[in-house]
Each structure stands twice: as structure tokens, then as C-alpha cells.
Design a protein around this ligand. Structure first.
Ligand code: MD3
Ligand code: FE
Length: 216
């Protein structure tokens, strides 16, 4: 089923160190995919996906929501972690146990034992959406890794270096792939190229990405 769609190419290694500290665990989320997607739907019921605006006034093409004691937000005032959803004024929903379990297991497998995230940004890409090259630096302590989980349509991920002008590699992230980004790679530039159209059995015409973080 997954291979008919091109997920989990058996010729690719299941553990791949992309750069020092960045470990791709192919297919690591497949076993929990149904539970993960149900949990995403429950989070989005409490805190609906929305298109946020950058400080420069651009609407982001990926729709976003959060769970955890803090959620990443952007508006005309800047980028930050906020304890409540600015749309509702209510605290973000709790991080589902299945997210925490997968993040801790994957982080440990990648060499980061004891990872306990307090924030999870959930990105939803429709065909045509992208995420420009950026660094994740709104967190308090860069010694903690970030764990990302990709579900649904495949994406071409761009992975650069510590400087914006560093050369970028292109990496395909598929349904079920989990990556732990820590150590030297924690502050590397990265982005997602414009999502190609497709229809995935698990998500339809969408890609969902979870990024689990220790923000506070
Ligand atoms: C490398 N999300 O939410 S996940 C983001 O696919 C973000 O939605 C992308 O970049 C997405 O900030 C990429 C892979 C990822 C996440 C965090 C990283 C790569 C990273 C942090 C440091 C280095
Ligand atoms: Fe990022």
C-alpha cells in the first residue's frame, strides 16, 4: 500500500545521518500513522489551522496550528512562542501522548535521550504551498533537538548550513519519515519547496508536518 504510492523506497537506508547531528529515520512514523492523524484532527478541532502573517505582512502559504504549553506564532509584531492561541484566547491543546512517545523514541534512537518537548507546531501544506529557507531560533535553548514527522504527500526539503548563503541539498521527505535535528545541524537553514499536486491515501491532497520542540 505505502510502496504502491512510492513511500518507504526499500533501496534507501532506514537510518541516514544527513549532516552531523541530523538523523533521518525513514518510515519511523508509519506504525502510528492512523493514531497520529486522528490526534492531528483533534488538535485542529480545538485550535483550527490558519494562515499566519509574517512581520513583513506576507500570508504564509502553509496553514499552521500548535499544541503544547507554547505555540509558535507570527503576526505583524514578530515571531514568538505564545501560551495561548491568539485566535481564541484559549491555551493550546495538550501535546497528544502519541506525538510525545514518537518524538522521545526517535530522539533517543538518533542519540538524544530524554527529549521532552513542550511545543509542537503543526504545518499543513496544500499543493502549491512552500516554506522559504529559514532557521528555527525562537526557542530558548538550542541544546535541545527538534524532531520532525512528515505525513501524506512527499516534499522536497532544502537543507543548507549555518549561513544563509551556504549551499543547499535537496532531500525527499516522505510519508512516515522522522528526523531529529540536533547538535551542529540545529541552527542550519532549511525550507520546503513548492508542494507538487498529488492524492495521498492517508491525507488526500495534503502534507502534514509536525515539529516537536523544547521552546521554553
Ligand atoms: C532543520 N518545517 O516548522 S521539517 C518548521 O516540513 C519547518 O514543515 C518544515 O521548518 C516542514 O520550522 C521542515 C524539518 C526541519 C524542522 C526543523 C529544523 C528541519 C530542521 C530545525 C533545524 C534544522
Ligand atoms: Fe523550520
Amino acid at each position: 500500500m505505502d510502496d504502491l504510492f512510492g513511500d518507504t523506497d526499500p533501496t534507501l537506508p532506514e537510518r541516514d545521518e544527513l549532516a552531523p547531528g541530523a538523523v533521518l529515520l525513514r518510515g519511523r512514523a508509519l506504525a502510528a500513522q492512523a493514531e497520529l492523524l486522528r490526534a492531528v484532527a483533534a488538535v485542529a478541532e480545538a485550535a483550527p489551522f490558519r494562515h499566519m502573517v509574517t512581520p513583513g505582512g506576507f500570508r504564509m502559504s502553509a496553514a499552521m496550528t500548535n499544541c503544547g504549553s507554547a505555540g509558535w506564532v507570527t503576526d505583524r509584531k514578530g515571531y514568538r512562542y505564545a501560551p495561548a492561541d491568539p485566535e481564541s484566547g484559549r491555551p493550546w491543546p495538550a501535546i497528544p501522548a502519541v506525538f510525545l512517545r514518537l518524538a522521545a523514541d526517535a530522539a533517543a534512537e538518533a542519540g538524544y535521550p530524554g527529549f521532552l518537548p513542550d511545543a509542537c507546531l503543526v504545518n499543513r501544506y496544500a499543493p502549491g504551498a512552500k516554506l522559504s529557507l529559514h532557521q528555527d531560533r525562537d526557542e530558548a535553548d538550542y541544546d535541545h533537538p527538534i524532531v520532525s514527522v512528515s505525513l501524506g504527500l512527499p516534499a522536497t526539503f532544502q537543507f543548507g548550513g549555518p549561513k544563509r548563503a551556504d549551499p543547499v541539498r535537496r532531500i525527499r521527505l516522505e510519508h512516515g519519515d522522522v528526523v531529529a535535528w540536533g547538535g551542529p545541524s540545529r541552527l542550519f537553514h532549511h525550507g520546503v519547496l513548492t508542494l507538487k499536486d498529488g492524492d495521498h491515501p492517508a491525507t488526500g491532497r495534503a502534507r502534514i508536518n509536525l515539529t516537536l520542540r523544547k521552546a521554553l
